[in-house]
Design a protein around this ligand. Structure first.
Ligand code: ATP
Ligand code: MG
Length: 547
């Protein structure tokens, strides 16, 4: 795994001061996903920040599932999240579930009741909303706010025992209905939900609310710096209140950083789940999805994702990050790692009419011209080849240097060929080219007799491996203001075409990555590629002006 960053940022500065002043002895952070969906690239930012900051200070990072909402959570998500965090290259110290702390959370709520700082409320969710006030108006006290401690203890106990229906009662913190911070206006801290929990089964029918549970989880685990995204800033006073009034022996502190959002994609589990449920995409790991599993299947590497996130830094600023920035990092990472080869996406047959019928010769080529240590390979050449349909035009415009009748081009790693004849089907479509090659012009032979302006790629027809290419474009089009995200789905976000790859990819395995000359980087799709039919996902095109 690469170096963690040495650069500083406001959180690292805070930590340095805390350590220097002795306020903190050990840095402990946590990544606290709710297991209600798969992780996305936004989570990768949070993961990298939490793990890398702790590492910089010889600290620890926990992976904690914030599983306080049984209706939306599932072990499928728990397992996927573990896989994704590990794949990104991080090792957690402790693996925890908020649900393991339900008993302690309950006891702390009882303590709040005893201190007169919590009460059971019979108001409905709607009534609570209506009496909460606004930014300019204070809220109104609930008529149940002054219940006695004894009555509250009794009712809360009966809530736990299942005597009431969902929504019939809640437990609220008793803070201040006139607080300028709406989060402090007697927030609900427990609700009734007769639902089966993925971890605790039917043991509980009351569940703590996030704003109450999260600070307790942090304090129980001895988290020193609880790093979260900016939308929780207004909750910080409540976070501190909970830890203080629940008399937690360890005091955690919350700090906020800016959320990551990317252009032309969705970064909310709710919407991503909708795409999966409505089968708009091929599962959570569809290569168009901004999920970690989607990026992995697309062919992104952990190194590229970490480098991308590191470049963003720990800022509080907002705004969409250009998706092309992420692409930059995968190109950088694969440039020297991926073997280079040739693949024809939309094939056009070429017959070299002056090449002997049964002859096959092996041509030398570098595995990666920029990395000599990767060695050499041999690629077959014979009388019939495929080239790219785009590399031929019967009536070329000016400055078109590829193949057209009478023109000569170089075949990469091979010979000059010249187009003499065009074969068409009954509809007038070009289906085959008849060319001649010049045996003097072999690549690497030092031939200097004449020059050609174009070099094109090709595959040998006899040995080529049929391949399905999946070419991707962004998942969304249009402007964020254009209504429902589902309506912004780009109908051309996936194009499937059938072509060939060079014979050296015969044994390519799932997740192998290659650079196809003049096209870009491709990944062998782990879900659909088989020995019989190879499927290649376009990771990213080359920056070149190909097209
Ligand atoms: P979403 O809104 O996408 O469903 P979430 O915030 O509900 O995400 P959680 O599982 O609660 O998802 O998030 C776990 C952690 O990841 C939290 O600390 C959260 O702040 C952080 N996180 C989530 N989305 C982003 C993002 N886009 N950028 C940075 N951090 C994020
Ligand atoms: Mg959430």
């Amino acid at each position: 795994m690469g170096n963690t960053t040495n650069s500083s940022d406001f959180i690292r500065e805070i930590i340095k001061e805390d350590l220097a002043a002795g306020r903190v002895n050990q840095v402990v952070t946590r990544f606290p996903p709710e297991p209600n969906g798969y992780l996305h690239i936004g989570h990768a930012k949070s993961i990298c920040i939490n793990f890398e900051i702790a590492k910089d200070f010889n600290g620890k990072t926990n992976l904690r599932f914030d599983d306080t909402n049984p209706l939306k959570e599932d072990v499928e998500y728990v397992n996927a999240i573990k896989e994704d965090v590990a794949w990104l290259g991080f090792e957690w110290n402790g693996l925890f579930f908020a649900s393991d702390y339900f008993e302690e959370m309950y006891d702390r709520a009882v303590l709040l009741i005893k201190k007169g700082l919590a009460f059971v409320d019979d108001l409905s969710a709607e009534e609570i909303r209506q009496t909460r006030g606004s930014l300019t108006e204070p809220g109104q006290n609930s008529p149940f706010r002054d219940r006695s401690v004894e009555e509250n203890l009794d009712l809360f106990d009966r809530m736990r025992k299942g005597e009431f229906k969902d929504g019939e009662k809640v437990l609220r913190a008793k803070i201040d209905m006139a607080s300028p911070n709406i989060n402090l206006r007697d927030p609900v801290i427990y609700r009734i939900s007769h639902a089966t929990h993925h971890n605790t089964g039917d043991k509980w029918c009351i569940y703590p609310m996030y704003a109450y549970a999260h600070p307790l989880e942090d304090a129980i685990e001895g988290v020193s710096h609880s790093l979260c995204t900016l939308e929780f800033k207004d909750q910080r006073p409540l976070y501190d209140w909970v830890i203080r009034e629940c008399e937690m022996p360890h005091v955690s502190h919350q700090y906020e950083f800016g959320r990551l959002s990317l252009t032309d994609t969705i970064m909310s589990k709710r919407y991503l789940k909708k795409l999966v449920d409505e089968k708009v995409v091929d599962g959570w790991d569809d290569p168009r999805m901004p999920t970690i599993s989607g990026l992995r299947r697309r062919g992104f590497t952990p190194e590229a994702i970490r480098a991308f996130v590191r470049e963003l830094g720990v800022t509080v600023g907002g705004g969409d990050v250009d998706y092309r920035q992420l692409e930059h990092f995968i190109r950088e990472d694969l440039k020297l790692k991926a073997p280079r080869t040739m693949g024809v996406v939309r094939p056009l047959k070429v017959v070299i009419t002056n090449y002997p019928e049964d002859q096959v010769e092996m041509l030398d080529a570098e595995v990666n011209a920029e990395v000599p240590e990767m060695g050499m390979k041999q690629i077959p050449f014979s009388r019939e080849l495929y080239i790219e349909q785009d590399d031929f035009m019967e009536e070329p415009p000016a400055k078109y240097h590829r193949l057209y009748p009478g023109n000569e081009v170089r075949l990469k790693h091979a010979y000059f060929i010249k187009c003499n004849d065009v074969v068409k089907d009954e509809n007038g479509n070009v289906v085959e080219l008849h060319c001649t090659y010049d045996s003097e012009t072999k690549s690497g032979s030092g031939f200097t007799g004449r020059k050609v302006k174009g070099t094109i790629h090709w595959v040998d027809a006899k040995s080529a491996v049929p391949a399905e290419y999946r070419l991707y474009d962004s998942l969304l089009t249009g402007e964020p203001a254009d209504g429902d995200l589902i309506d912004r789905i780009n109908p051309n976000s996936l194009e499937v075409v059938h072509g060939y790859v060079a014979a050296d990819l015969k044994d390519a395995k799932a997740q192998d990555k290659f650079q196809f000359f003049r096209h870009g980087y491709f990944n062998v799709d782990p879900k659909h590629s088989t020995d019989e039919k190879k499927v290649f996902n376009l990771i990213v095109s080359l920056k070149s002006s190909f097209k």
